[in-house]
Design a binder for this molecule. Sequence first.
Ligand code: FAD
Ligand code: NAG
Ligand code: NAG
Ligand code: NAG
Ligand code: NAG
Ligand code: NAG
Length: 524
Amino acid sequence: MRNILILLCATSILASDETPRVIIIGAGASGIAAAAKLFRNGIDNVTILEAEDRIGGRVYSVEMEEYDVDLGAQWVHGEGKNVVYEMAWPFHLLSHCLGPNDGSIFFKTAFKALARTVGSEKEAAILMRRNSIKFFLSTGEKMNDKTGRSLITFAMNLTAEWPGVENLRTGSVGEYFDRKINDYFNKHEDIPEDLKIPLVKMVHRAHMAENGAEDLYQASAKADGDYFSDGDQQLNWKTGTYGIILDLLMRKYPDPEEELPIVNSTLFNKKVSRIEYKGDGPVKVKTSDGDVYMADYVIFTPSLGVLKANHKNLFVPHLPPSKINAIEHIGMGHVGKIYLYYDEPWWTKDLSNFYRFLIWTEDDEKELASDPERRWMLSVYTVNRIEWKPKLICLWLTGPNIREMELLPKELVRDQSLWLLDKFFGKFYNLTEPTEMLRTHWNSNDNFLGTYSWMSLDAEAHNATVSDLAEPIMQRDGRTPAIMFAGEATSDFYSTVHGAIGSGWREAERIIDIKKRSSHWTQG
Ligand SMILES: Cc1cc2nc3c(=O)[nH]c(=O)nc-3n(C[C@H](O)[C@H](O)[C@H](O)COP(=O)(O)OP(=O)(O)OC[C@H]3O[C@@H](n4cnc5c(N)ncnc54)[C@H](O)[C@@H]3O)c2cc1C
Ligand SMILES: *[C@@H]1O[C@H](CO)[C@@H](O)[C@H](O)[C@H]1NC(C)=O
Ligand SMILES: *[C@@H]1O[C@H](CO)[C@@H](O)[C@H](O)[C@H]1NC(C)=O
Ligand SMILES: *[C@@H]1O[C@H](CO)[C@@H](O)[C@H](O)[C@H]1NC(C)=O
Ligand SMILES: *[C@@H]1O[C@H](CO)[C@@H](O)[C@H](O)[C@H]1NC(C)=O
Ligand SMILES: *[C@@H]1O[C@H](CO)[C@@H](O)[C@H](O)[C@H]1NC(C)=O
């Protein structure tokens, strides 16, 4: 009897013949995924409020000369249980690792030959990747190939398995790496003494791109070790970009005729400033321009960075303690990219150096670290070429000073980038002038305030989990969700696009289930 009463209560919030009003906050991958699932299940009173003037959020593909490039997500990480892989692979949109082609005929020939030798394109791609890493020093020298190769084997294996994580003193990734690296140094006497600290820093910075942390001594080794996805970790979109995933979700691709009205349901430049919920009845959503929207269900998707900065002002009443605990203690990462386009690339015909890793000497580290205008450069740990786009390189930045780079004048950052390239590569190449430069602003943009979430020791110490972030705010009946939470950080595949999409679908399902339940009730 009690249950029936609760059910009656739940359905009385919404007459069952009415389509519920849904507001989705944010038109990123998770918001669009949620909207698509709702539309396809006949729930069509959906409004998306988006603070930016575009859809996609951290999936952001822009034109750069004849190419499209990704300022946000770029690679598909893994094949198993990866909804992006499942959606895109059948349309031949993806390519393994370096793939059969970076756009240059040299690469294609070399790749084909290698694939014949090893028997499969996939193996060849992985090998190609391994063989295409070279190490450059800030002194302008290059690490010798033998030392480099053994270091790569070591570094690529470093995160393949995580034995002994239980026995760490602090439990941090930093501690775990340092132990392994010291082991490695002890077995490899060819590593010069003065390179040891610089190498440790480089290995740290490279991993910080993977988990987004600014400091590996704060990152949980257990969480990184448990985080598993199957298959190729770096599938690329060939000449395309990650942006096509939005079209796949909205059914605009492959057949534009079937496009769901998601863009039409999105209001742009609508920054949500307040969400009021009473516990019985609709949720009131206010935007910074003073408009008010009422909804039966709200799906909130902005980043963990946005939540950290604004949750106290955004939600009236405040969020429950377990959610605040998770918001405060789970990490939000900060990475950055600087793309350079060259009409005349200086690396032409240089097949093997696809990923150039940078090793800053201790002297250079010391000099730059004391200069607030230039210390961001120490965040650059690699200068990559971009698969299938042979006239592009990308400087990847990790660590604490990226926001500073974002706030410097563009011309200055361009000049500093060229200074950096000259410092590392000037002795080996006749460097040319780039035609165009693009840099990211994820960390200083108020609608993101970071790049992707990571699991910190602090989160573990406070028992903060991804499920705390995902937990919906219920109506007083305890059965009907009022405010739901989706987005990358609420997924077991946190930090990825496929995680974000899965979380959007999860929350849409929650609403679809209620619709099914309530129509069952009225039929009965
Ligand atoms: C540089 C970079 C590289 C990455 N590389 C990869 C990669 O290679 N592979 C991968 O899988 N993932 C990668 N990621 C992560 C991936 O992009 C994200 O996990 C994913 O896109 C997040 O989607 P989301 O829907 O959770 O959040 P978002 O995309 O952030 O969507 C949330 C939306 O909410 C909007 N918003 C914020 N505040 C408000 C407000 N107050 N009112 C209204 N709207 C608001 C935002 O503008 C945004 O559009 C990368 C991310 C970055 C930044
Ligand atoms: C959605 O709900 C609002 C508010 O009840 C209503 O005004 C509007 O007509 C509805 N739209 C659709 C498409 O049903
Ligand atoms: C890779 O790491 C594992 C676990 O640490 C170790 O047992 C194995 O020998 C390593 N393999 C190589 C090639 O270094
Ligand atoms: C979006 O709205 C326009 C204008 O009303 C309409 O022509 C178009 O078909 C709509 N698109 C979708 C995908 O519904
Ligand atoms: C750089 O240019 C000079 C002059 O044209 C040439 O002699 C030299 O070989 C070039 N160096 C490289 C690394 O291509
Ligand atoms: C976290 O959970 C453990 C085990 O349930 C408990 O002992 C500990 O007190 C909790 N810590 C916090 C900060 O709540």
